[in-house]
Design a protein around this ligand. Sequence first.
Ligand code: CP3
Length: 346
Amino acid sequence: MQDSRFLQACRLRPTDRTPVWLMRQAGRYLPEYRALRERYSLLDLCRQPELAAEVTLQPLRRFPLDAAIIFSDILWPLGALGIRVSFAPGDGPVIAEPLRTPREIERLPAEPDEAVFEATGGAIRLVRRELPSSVAVIGFAGAPFTLASYLIEGGSSRTYLATKRFLLEQRSAWERLLDRLAELTERYLAIQVAAGADAVQLFDSWAGALPPDLYREAVLPWTRRIVHAVQALGVPVIVFSTGTAGFLDVVAETDADVIGVDWRIDLDRAWQLIGTRAIQGNLDPAWLLAPREDLRVAVRRVLERAGRRPGHIFNLGHGVLPDTPPDAVATLVAEVHAWSTLRTVE
Ligand code: CP3
């Protein structure tokens, strides 16, 4: 079977045109998503494979995307360790009982409840059955630092001070926590791969809070451990982070097949930093709010910086914003495909 365009790019092979998908391509900017959310909570969507599959497929019905990312949330698998997460409208996720002491980490259950993972596995099986092999199905998980930051802060944060204090004051407990999160994530992703995920993305959305040295010594080894475990299953891994433009070369030490970059650096400079490796990104999602002709120009600028080198997967630098008009996404996808096809023919 011919690999999808997306998978070819993960493997640094040339493609007929640049593959494109968008982080948060399923979500609040789509009226059909909002309609479902009137009847079901976010956790319902994560829990019920039929609903998760439906939400995953919504953007694929509208746009000729090259990949579908399975619908869930990075905090969902924490339920397997008995951690209760809620999503308050407008406030983001809340963990009612954050982990603040080494003792609380020791008290986490020894064995994760794998039934929690099965919801995602079930959704992947449904989606994989529904889509042609030309469209890749991407599984995902949060990377250990970003997961730990939610567990320790109890929610989103601007400074990540509680997380940094924990890391600086309680290094061995921190390492123990990251061990537990890496182990949990490896099992969660193995279930996703067995269910048919063609690739996996690790979201380390808040890694940019750390200075490079701390990232390298207190985070990188655990992320790399997960990357290697998934690669051993024969599936490529994307490591995505934000705010890491100053140390993308260190992020590349995760050994991920693809490095996802945010918009705070030009794509060609980012590519120089990560070396011979596939790259994913990196249009500022705010461009989707701009007049259409300006959006097209911005899309072309990213593509020009990639210069049709094999191994570019077009994406945003972070997720689609809720205010985005769906038509703008259509414009973006059409522009990526049209421009990159033209360049191949020349
Ligand atoms: O289409 C996709 O990209 C797949 C679905 C997906 C969700 N969350 C659904 C979701 C993915 C990949 C995530 C990952 C996620 N979740 C990350 C990493 C990526 C990133 O955005 O940096 C993080 C940090 C989270 C934690 C999280 N979940 C936050 C901070 C929030 C609230 C902020 C917000 O956007 O409202 C959520 C809620 C959440 N997860 C929504 C969706 C679609 C919001 C929608 C809703 O309430 O219906």
